[in-house]
Design a binder for this molecule. Structure first.
Ligand SMILES: Nc1ncnc2c1ncn2[C@@H]1O[C@H](COP(=O)(O)OP(=O)(O)OP(=O)(O)O)[C@@H](O)[C@H]1O
Ligand SMILES: [Mg+2]
Length: 230
């Protein structure tokens, strides 16, 4: 599947989650392509640190606002099970391109109501993409959550009003995320017993379960079409 980490706001945890998800899929022996679509190059830098530290890492390529073109990601992805795209904040053209090829768009969002309000600009882009591609799955994932605060609960209610579904799993505010990147690892390999790793594994499982159900419903529709063609 192709998962794009998107959102107009900076510093919400897109790159951290993109790397954490890609590295966990790699641990599960998937063939993973990690696309760095951010000129800041967080993913590329992480890849260099990982290579220098001798850590296993997914294939990493840089792509921009033309990644949706047939000769770009749709061709490059053929050798891989999964593709994770780390989008830059603000660059609407790059996010649009990612949303043209993604199966699943994940929008990380902080746990406060202010974070929820800041999502408005991202939701415009998402709705534009969904108008063109109704099959695009979009979910918000709450990140950097601190404790079971009332703030966290109100954010969930606030976000539900956006018309975009939320992932069941919520990601806490945990230092292991930042540490793992510095060590050139994904958080599930860096600190497997940390809550950050448990949350990342649960996030990946939720994504893969969606994919399984999605493929099953596609396959359910197909024999009928084949039958009709015969
Ligand atoms: N769940 C988390 N818990 C604690 N710190 C986090 C978490 N997620 C991200 N961070 C930290 O927040 C900062 C921003 O994260 P990150 O670079 O992943 O965000 P981003 O959305 O990719 O930012 P940008 O928009 O600039 O690309 C980093 O210092 C990162 O270590
Ligand atoms: Mg980033």
């Amino acid at each position: 599947m192709i998962v794009a980490l998107t959102g107009q706001k900076g510093g919400v945890g897109k790159s951290t989650l993109a790397i954490g998800i890609a590295a966990e899929m790699l641990l599960r022996r998937h063939k993973v392509l990690l696309v760095d679509a951010d000129p800041q190059g967080t993913v590329r830098t992480w890849g260099e640190v990982a290579a220098e530290a001798g850590q296993p890492l997914p294939s990493i390529v840089s792509m921009g606002s033309t990644m949706h073109r047939p000769e770009q990601l749709p061709t490059v992805r053929l050798g891989y099970d999964d593709v994770i795209i780390d989008c830059p904040p603000r660059h609407g053209d790059i996010q649009r391109s990612a949303l043209m090829v993604a199966d699943f768009a994940l929008l990380p969002c902080g746990p406060s109501s202010a974070d929820a309000w800041a999502l408005a600009a991202s939701i415009d882009l998402i709705n534009e993409a969904r108008a063109l591609r109704p099959e695009l799955e979009v979910r918000i994932v709450i990140t950097r959550k601190q404790g079971r605060t009332a703030l966290g609960r109100s954010a969930r209610e606030e976000l539900a009003k956006s018309g975009i579904d939320l992932m069941k799993i919520e990601i806490g505010y945990r230092v292991a995320f930042a540490e793992s990147l510095g060590a050139g690892q994904g958080v599930t390999a860096y600190a497997p017993r940390d809550a950050a790793a448990a949350e990342t594994r649960a996030l990946v499982s939720e994504l893969l379960l969606w994919e399984k159900k999605h493929r099953a419903s596609e396959a359910g529709a197909q024999p009928d079409q084949v039958g009709r063609r015969r």
